[in-house]
Design a protein around this ligand. Structure first.
Ligand SMILES: Cc1cc2nc3c(=O)[nH]c(=O)nc-3n(C[C@H](O)[C@H](O)[C@H](O)COP(=O)(O)OP(=O)(O)OC[C@H]3O[C@@H](n4cnc5c(N)ncnc54)[C@H](O)[C@@H]3O)c2cc1C
Length: 435
């Protein structure tokens, strides 16, 4: 039996943690046989900021420590959650050759679905309406920096890597899903920084995501996955109430099942296809908001009560829950990041936060959103909410590039006096002229 010991003061990089773990458990250090760091995060609530860590611990007479605060038995679920077990080593039945899945969408959900299936021996086809990440980056830079036409099929949200490719690449979740460790391990295999395995608030950074994707693709190809870019599902084929395949934009039919539709958040046409095919869908509460920006230094001082020093750029999360009225909260906060145009429609305005791995940009940005309930937006079907931000609405906001630019976003550059602090990564700002 091993233990999960939480709330240990992290002794620092390269320091043997046994003494710190022993001190947290109030036992002599020689009782600790082994310990492995599984998570660490910064506790910024007190005057003295400290890194707090959780460890998997092997020690003598473990049972008697179970009553201590922050100590519990290490479970099989923890093995999966912290990536201590390789799922490919779990023995299973051979994959039936007649079952050849098609995955729609090469965002994180589709990529990992294809990978897991292929690792199990399935013959997988992965289709993606957008281009490869290399093609995408060229197209997005052209749209951002040279004001080239938006490509509605391959852009900030569509294409290899999905909607998170041009973002902060945050990879934490409030869910404690048992198999997250597998995802993190694979990301490291494909080139992510090892620290994502232990950082409580891990993020990849847009620069790293772009570098990980070609390695991911190479692995899929090694496993025999057929990858088809610029290939859009336009219909699902349903016979006798069962999905038997799909139709592509070219008219070609792929009569293979099962079909996994991992179409993400922004492909409304794909939702229409699903609903037409008989998938269950319901109107839900949606969130609407805007991005706000502050100098990162202001956030650091507010959170750390001092200059940042060696600490990471500070983040925040705010929530307003009135007893009556609309709730609001901040979401997707990007420390040291930039605000980018993130639309997939020439007449729609969407902004997102993006940051590089080092998060060294001048600004911090965050979305502030309010909840809008079904009944408050037009229409009663499942697509009523998404339609609220349709092209007809964008006009009111000042549609397109010019309107967005004029809407007050700083787009990554600091104001006048602070201009000399413009960091290298902000010079890659999507806004023409670096503004
Ligand atoms: C504007 C925006 C900003 C975001 N910002 C952040 C952030 O900063 N940090 C963060 O962690 N998360 C962010 N998210 C959320 C994050 O991007 C998603 O959680 C994640 O991308 C979901 O992964 P997915 O694979 O389900 O879908 P997606 O990443 O959306 O991938 C779906 C893929 O399916 C493809 N597709 C869709 N329809 C079809 C079709 N008919 N045929 C073929 N291919 C199709 C699309 O081209 C796309 O590549 C953001 C999302 C959006 C929309």
């Amino acid at each position: 039996m091993a233990l999960l010991v939480s709330g240990v003061e992290w002794p620092g990089e390269g320091v043997d943690p046994r003494e710190a773990v022993a001190s947290a458990l109030v036992v002599p250090p020689d009782r600790i046989l082994a310990c492995q760091l599984v998570r660490k995060s910064l506790d910024a609530r007190r005057r003295r900021k400290r890194w707090v860590a959780n460890y998997r611990v092997d020690c003598e007479q473990e049972e008697e420590l179970l009553a201590r605060k922050g100590v519990r038995v290490w479970t099989d679920r923890d093995d999966l959650r912290f990536g201590c077990v390789d799922l490919t080593s779990v023995p299973r039945q051979p994959w039936p050759p007649s079952c050849r899945p098609i995955v729609v969408g090469a965002g994180p959900a589709g990529l990992f679905a294809a990978l897991r299936l292929a690792e199990e021996g399935a013959s997988v086809t992965l289709i993606e309406r957008g281009g490869s990440v290399e093609e995408r980056v060229r197209g997005v830079n052209g749209f951002w920096r040279r004001r080239l036409e938006l490509d509605p099929e391959s852009n900030v949200v569509f294409g290899e890597g999905g909607a998170g490719t041009f973002s902060d690449g945050k990879i934490y979740t409030r869910r404690r899903d048992g198999e997250l460790g597998y995802i993190f391990r694979r990301l490291v295999d494909f080139g992510a920084d090892e620290r994502i395995l232990t950082d409580g608030w891990a993020h990849l950074g847009t620069d790293k995501v772009r570098a990980i994707l070609p390695a991911f693709r190479e692995r899929l190809e090694q496993l025999g996955v057929e990858l088809r870019y610029r290939t859009c599902m336009t219909d699902l084929l349903v016979e006798d109430g069962r999905c038997v395949g799909l139709r592509l934009g070219s008219g070609e039919e792929l009569r293979r099942a099962p079909v996994i539709v991992a179409a993400g958040h922004s492909a409304r046409d794909s939702y229409e296809i699903l609903i037409r095919a008989g998938a269950a869908a319901e109107a839900r509460t949606i969130s609407i908001g805007a991005r706000i920006e502050h100098p990162q230094e202001l956030i650091d001082r507010a959170r750390y009560k001092n200059a940042r020093g060696e600490l990471p750029p500070a983040s925040y999360r705010l929530a307003w829950k009135p007893t009556r009225g609309r709730r609001a909260h901040t979401f997707c906060m990007c420390p040291g990041g930039i605000v980018v145009p993130a639309t997939n429609h020439p007449e729609r305005v969407v902004v997102n936060g993006m940051s590089f791995f080092s998060r060294q940009a001048f600004w911090a940005n965050s979305a502030v959103i309010v909840e809008v309930q079904p009944g408050e937006y037009p229409g009663t079907d499942a697509l009523g909410g998404p339609a609220l931000s349709g092209p007809d609405r964008a006009g009111g906001l000042g549609a397109g590039w010019r309107g967005l630019h004029g809407a007050g976003s700083t787009g990554g550059g600091p104001p006048g006096g602070a201009r000399q602090q413009l960091r290298a990564e902000e010079q890659l700002s999507p806004w023409p002229g670096g503004l």
